[in-house]
Design a protein around this ligand. Structure first.
Ligand SMILES: [Zn+2]
Length: 407
């Protein structure tokens, strides 16, 4: 078999395309393939599909294709331009590539597969593409996926905020809790940030939202009240964020007490921070004994810790009424603890209680979308290679958007 025929079959070129020439440059690990149409090929106007004569040929273009063995492989062609009586001069699209792409469809799909497995810098090393080329494939895949996506507002939403690149700048993430996908990423965590998402939908569409999980963050609450009908019944404060209020109070108590003890030369609380903050069952085995001993001493930190741990049982209730009873008892205990940070945290929870109680109706939290958070975390860790937040946003849509990415 001739090399030109071999490559025509390998490339799966449809009529009237054929391979004119194949050049192998072993020193450069490179194969170049020139493709052209057979003489006298008939073309149709890309606009209307009517018969149209060839007007001329555009200048030669080059597309990177999948490798041939160890050699990078490039397709060369001059695409014909047709002249239609109705639509004038139009360029024929190459069947092996999407419009404007410098890669063949197969090569682009391969790059997308690679981008799903590692960060952009890793892709450039594995594939021999430049950073801008790999990034361009990712950005185009996201644009394509979003254009194909049927825009609808999910029934169960979760609103979360993520710090961007370790600085105190935030992005608001809107997720579909059922699908486990990121629907929307927007700068900041203001009321306007979230409203810009809601505003894309009609009031009839927004009515279909059944519940929204979020942190006790007033701008998100205000945006949801403004745009989601019957929001008071639908907002559910995420139990991780709720518990964190009390965990942070425990940490404040510990810091104050540790400082006071140190002044008396007492180092008992040194190196114990993690023990108090972790869930009890997560304390490592080798520290359990030490932790049990320190809890027996009458320390303020120990009391604060007991209050924190007991709040966790609240979420296990099946019925809202019994959960509410439990909360009332817990609240009494917490507010009579004489531990200022704990009292403050308890009062915060009391203030937000109606939409903490909605948990027992909807049973959702930001963590419901299993696996999504770890995926976002992975994107964040790769984010050190991103030059700006637009890149970060595109990468989130690429990895977490549930989009159809392939050309
Ligand atoms: Zn036409």
């Amino acid at each position: 078999m001739q090399d030109t025929e071999f490559y025509r079959e390998l490339l799966g070129l449809p009529d009237p395309w054929r391979v004119r020439e194949v050049k192998l440059d072993l020193a450069a690990s490179r194969v170049d393939v020139w493709v052209e149409e057979v003489a006298g090929a008939k073309w149709e106007c890309p606009e209307c599909g009517g018969k149209a004569p060839v007007y001329d040929h555009a200048g030669e273009r080059v597309w990177r294709h999948l490798n041939t063995c160890q050699c990078q492989t490039f397709l060369h062609a001059r695409l014909p331009r047709t002249q239609c009586a109705d639509h004038g001069v139009k360029q024929i699209l190459a069947p092996w590539s999407g419009p404007g792409s410098q890669f063949t469809l197969l090569c682009e799909s391969w790059l997308i597969d690679t981008l799903q497995e590692c960060d952009v810098t890793g892709v450039t090393r594995l594939t021999g593409t430049s950073w801008d080329e790999s990034w361009g494939v990712m950005a185009k895949a996201v644009a394509r996926g979003q254009a194909r996506k049927k825009w609808r507002i999910p029934e169960y939403l979760s609103i979360d905020e993520k710090a961007f690149a370790k600085r105190h700048r935030y992005e608001t993430l809107v997720c579909d809790l059922k699908k486990g996908t990121v629907e929307y990423v927007v700068e900041d965590r203001k009321q306007e940030s979230l409203e810009s998402y809601y505003r894309q939908f009609t009031i009839e569409e927004r009515e279909t939202v059944k519940a929204v999980a979020m942190d006790m963050w007033d701008p998100f609450i205000a945006a949801t009240r403004a745009y989601i009908p019957e929001a008071a019944e639908k907002i559910v404060f995420d139990h991780f964020h709720v518990t964190r209020q009390v965990t942070e109070a425990v940490d404040k108590v510990r810091r104050q007490e540790h400082k006071a003890l140190l002044e008396e030369g007492d180092e008992r609380l040194k190196g114990t921070r993690y023990l108090w903050l972790a869930n009890q069952e997560n304390v490592p085995k080798w520290r359990k004994e030490e932790f049990a001993a320190i809890r027996k001493v009458n320390l303020k930190t120990g009391r604060a810790w007991s209050i924190k741990e007991s709040l966790r049982k609240f979420w296990d209730y099946r019925y809202a009424k019994s959960a509410l009873g439990y909360f009332r008892r817990w609240y009494f205990w917490a507010t009579h603890s004489r531990l200022t940070p704990v009292i403050k945290a308890a009062k915060t929870l009391e203030r937000y209680l109606p939409n903490i109680m909605t948990y027992f109706k909807h049973r959702i939290s930001n963590a419901t979308a299993e696996g999504l958070n770890s995926k976002i975390q992975m994107v964040k860790e790769m984010a050190c290679g991103f030059r700006n937040r637009e890149h970060y946003r595109i990468a989130i849509y690429f990895h977490c958007g549930g989009l159809e990415l392939y050309p």
